[in-house]
Design a protein around this ligand. Structure first.
Ligand code: G6P
Length: 612
């Protein structure tokens, strides 16, 4: 969470930085700020609220500078406010910093610096970096690289810090550990950002700064040093991103655009991975660790949020297809429950961003115990993709809406491919079954397109939910995680309280909630649990509950019982989640829209949670 940007060159840096912050707003959007150099002094403008407010302010005061750094915040330490917004400046005004991450030893450092007379203005952990750097610079004759080495070693936690110095107005410096930072190389100008989205409009030539490294950049060139201050060279990468990918493209919201992209993104996640005769799955990212993957005694799926729900689906599917014990856990829980990890366990780390701090820490620990880590990430080059032994990218493209949609279905797709690959190697599915599943997987994109055509109908159902205070989402078996995901989407963007439950558990508690004002969404497709789910619907109706059912096309029974039905095409039991999740995404999207919610930037949330 939090997005940072830096620019130096011939353009107005303030404009470039603010535009970059707008692209990064999905990372945090409670306050924003920018710093530049004007009349030989660091000038800072920072505002509580969205980047738009900052943009208006810098335009009103005609703030210009050839160098600039900026930040859009998701508050951890200190409430969102003008004062707590970044950049933070040191006591004597020598350096200003923006920071993404968390400084765990900030209280100790703050106390020491306060004793030395430093006056802190904000409640943030980040401000300590500015005061510390100024002090270390004074002790080191203004040698910035040497000082940054000391600061880097002093700080405990995760950070990407971009620094502006009044004494070196033609330079930007940066240090990094744990949170992402990308250098964009331009012609007579250079850029820094938390990811490629602010850069793609200007350059596709990038360098991913590594942990422990120190960067100095001017408009013309840059140097990168390792933690021992030796200059190092990095290979330049090409951003795999187009400007059109990060714009709304005529859709009202990024979330809606991303929902509608799914026929393509699901296909992209399978592209080149299923042989033309459907007989085999090919995963290019699995080479050296293939035996460890196929012969593992246990599969563990670790993730957070929506990605955790993809892991839950995978547990059902892998158990069925591969006949191996599977476990799934949220990374933050796994880490702290002293898990039993056997050498040789295969762990799937599932993450859209590849930067979720809890997931990173959990897999690092598992790695130490000898587990083999297979990363399933969307963002190419992300931390999880790098710390995993091997893995596969999901190829969903840039996801900007904070509520994850296309990344989820891409994760499911890739997990299905892994399941089939392992089952094939183990012989737990027959060649005929593998072929059949592959054929069905390849049919999914068109089936998703068919469901998307029902958007207007789903909007009408959403209108009936406009004033709901509480909702239930029920599903059985592999649909249970989809019920959880449906409830998560609903609460994230509509702020309606929504609970996801295993339908079989309904009688053990949630049924007490049901009355005419608590609508239930139930996944009731024609799978092996169908008859049991019908009983659940009847139990709800007997208590005057309103039922919205996701059913298989052609079902003649449920339309006579449920209040609203959304029909989806038929597929295998195991693959249904790729279809059932689509109407639930549209249902929460439209409900949020009719309630007038800020769909792409729901309150208190951030797309990527880079603090534990
Ligand atoms: C945040 C986002 C969720 C996401 C979760 C895990 O909570 O708001 O949409 O599912 O992080 O993120 P990851 O990038 O690891 O999938």
């Amino acid at each position: 969470m939090c997005g940072i940007v830096g620019y130096i060159g011939s353009k107005n840096a303030i404009e470039v930085v603010v535009k970059g912050l707008q692209r990064l707003e999905y990372r945090g959007y409670d306050s924003a700020g920018v710093a530049g150099i004007s009349n030989g002094k660091i000038q800072i403008v920072k505002k509580n609220g969205r980047v738009d407010i900052l943009k208006q302010t810098v335009e009103d005061i005609k703030f210009t500078s050839h160098v600039g750094i900026g930040h859009t915040r998701w508050a951890t330490h200190g409430e969102p406010s003008d004062i707590n917004a970044h950049p933070h400046i040191s006591s004597k005004g020598k350096v200003a910093i923006v920071h993404n991450g968390i400084i765990e030893n900030y209280l100790t450092l703050k106390k020491e610096l306060q004793k030395k007379g430093k006056v802190f203005l904000s409640e943030t952990d980040s401000e300590v970096i500015a005061h510390l750097l100024e002090e270390v610079l004074e002790a080191n004759g203004g040698d910035m690289i040497a000082s940054l080495q000391i600061v880097q070693r002093t700080l405990v936690g995760a950070f990407a810090v971009v620094i502006l110095s009044v004494e070196q107005p033609d330079m930007i410096y940066a240090i990094k550990k744990g949170t992402p930072l990308v250098l964009g190389i331009g012609q007579g100008e250079n850029f820094l950002a938390s990811d490629g989205t602010p850069l793609v409009q200007y350059t596709k030539s990038v360098i991913y700064i590594g942990d422990g490294e120190i960067l100095r950049m001017s408009a013309k060139d840059f140097q990168i040093y390792n933690s021992d201050i030796q200059e190092i060279s990095h290979k330049t990468s090409t951003l795999e991103m187009e400007l059109s990918m990060i714009e709304k493209d005529g859709f009202e919201h990024f979330m809606l655009k991303e929902i509608f992209e799914q026929p393509k993104t699901i296909l992209d996640s399978m592209r080149g991975r299923i042989t033309a005769d459907f007989s085999e799955v090919k995963l290019g990212g699995i080479n050296k660790y293939a035996p460890q993957l196929y012969n593992a005694n246990r599969y563990l799926f670790l993730a957070c949020g929506t990605s955790f729900h993809a892991g839950m689906v995978a547990r059902y599917v892998f158990e069925q297809w591969c006949r191996v014990a599977c476990e799934v856990d949220v990374a933050s829980e796994f880490r702290y429950r002293k898990p039993v990890i056997h050498s040789g366990d295969a762990i799937f780390a599932i993450s859209q961003s590849g930067e979720t701090a809890d997931t990173i820490v959990a897999i690092e620990e598992a790695k130490e115990h000898g587990a083999n880590i297979f990363g399933i990430c969307n963002v190419v080059g992300s931390t999880i993709s790098r710390v995993s032994h091997e893995g596969a990218y999901t190829h969903a493209g840039v996801e900007i809406g904070v509520a994850s949609t296309k990344a989820f279905t891409a994760q499911l797709t890739v997990l299905y491919l892994f399941g089939l690959k392992i089952a094939q190697s183990k012989g737990t599915l027959t060649a005929e079954q593998i072929k059949q599943y592959n054929k069905e997987l390849l049919a999914i994109p068109n089936q998703v397109a068919e469901i998307l055509k029902m958007s207007a109908e789903i909007l009408e159902i959403s209108k009936t939910l406009k004033d709901a205070h509480s909702m239930l989402f029920l599903g059985r078996g592999v649909q249970f995680p989809i019920a959880l995901e449906g409830a998560l989407k609903m609460k994230e963007i509509t702020y309606i309280h929504a609970e996801g439950y295993a339908a079989g558990e309904m009688k053990h508690g949630p049924i007490a909630l049901i009355d005419e004002n608590v609508p239930t969404v139930i996944i009731a497709v024609k799978d092996s649990n169908y008859l049991k789910v019908i009983s659940n619907i009847k139990e709800i109706k007997a208590r005057k509950g309103k039922v919205i059912a996701i059913i298989t096309k052609g079902d003649k029974d449920i339309p006579g019982i449920a209040d609203h039905c959304i029909e989806i095409p038929e597929t295998s039991d195991a693959l249904y989640p790729l279809l059932t999740t689509i109407p639930l995404q549209l249902l929460s999207y439209h409900t949020a829209n009719v309630r007038g919610c800020d769909i792409d930037k729901p309150r208190n949330l951030a797309k990527s949670v880079t603090v534990e």
